[in-house]
Ligand binder design. Sequence first.
Ligand SMILES: C[S@@+](CC[C@H](N)C(=O)[O-])C[C@H]1O[C@@H](n2cnc3c(N)ncnc32)[C@H](O)[C@@H]1O
Length: 359
Amino acid sequence: MSTIQASRPLDEERLMAFVFRAVEEVGATLNAALVVMGDKLGLYRALAGAGPLTASQLADKTGVAERYVREWCNAQAAGGFVEYEPDGNRYFLAPEQTVALTEPDSPAFLPGFFQVAIGSVLDSPRITEAALSGAGVGWHEHSHDVFDGCERFFRPGYNANLVPSWLPALDGVVEKLERGVKVADLGCGHGSSTILMATAYPNSTFVGSDYHDGSITTARQRAAEAGVEDRVTFEVAPAAAHPGSGYALVTMFDCLHDMGDPVGAARHVHDMLAPDGTWMIVEPQAGDRIEDNLNPVGRAYYGFSTLLCTPASLSQDVGMALGAQAGEARIRDVVTAGGLTRFRRAAETPFNNVFEARR
Ligand SMILES: C[S@@+](CC[C@H](N)C(=O)[O-])C[C@H]1O[C@@H](n2cnc3c(N)ncnc32)[C@H](O)[C@@H]1O
């Protein structure tokens, strides 16, 4: 089939269709910057619930120059991110756009997703250069939009799923958390998952760690803001050196595949766990075969994987570079190579797979 496709003559109509599809892609690429611009300048928030506004009214509300606001509004209207009312040249947000663009706690919130995308794109010249030699680029070497965007993108999904469905899907874990046990959250970034668990289970104690000191500084601030400092501490440590043992629960949220030596990390988790302890591994949604992932979610994740996750792993010792679309079979191989014997998929959402591993 593919040989026939490769050897057939050029089809002018297909060529034009491909070019027009690319026009859409260029618009989408630019839209990533425009969404981040609208988020940072408060344009979406000013539109939310305000009813139809002219560009000049929106400019007055936000203090942004009217000529920029007008052009931004037209680009947004052309892309379906803002609605346009020709009668009176006014712009407004539909209820769904309001939720997705202005409510940071909604699982549908999008600006964080765009922020991590734009941060990755802005850092891409370094990745292009590294690709020639095969060198890595560490997570810590990225711009602030990558760290902040990642937190803003993941946190609403954790809010919606972690306590209501992911933890209950693990065997006997919720009862232990309610009673009061020790939990370690490795590769915790800004600590959203750690703080969320600590808020829900005040009898347990939580240690979050990440090798990136900047992320740990932010995580400590977030814990103070959330008022959970009495039961949460954060440490700068690579996963393979997270301190302590006897943990009833070890968690990793969207970070195992970023590590250079995930098998080494798995071995360390094995040693950190109490004999009946549980390791929860949250990974991006992915199938085992490339063709399983050739869809919009897989496309976004392969993109992040090329620009963030694969270089991050290659920058560390071993450099296994699992990639963000590793799939269940490869995660299972890593976990069992680390000495854990029980492994299953406990839950899934359109964006994540949740695995349970035990000794
Ligand atoms: C995609 S972010 C996820 C952060 C956080 N778990 C969350 O869900 O918001 C990946 C994280 O893995 C961390 N990381 C990468 N390699 C690591 C390693 N070897 N040990 C500990 N953390 C690591 C990065 O610093 C980054 O914070």
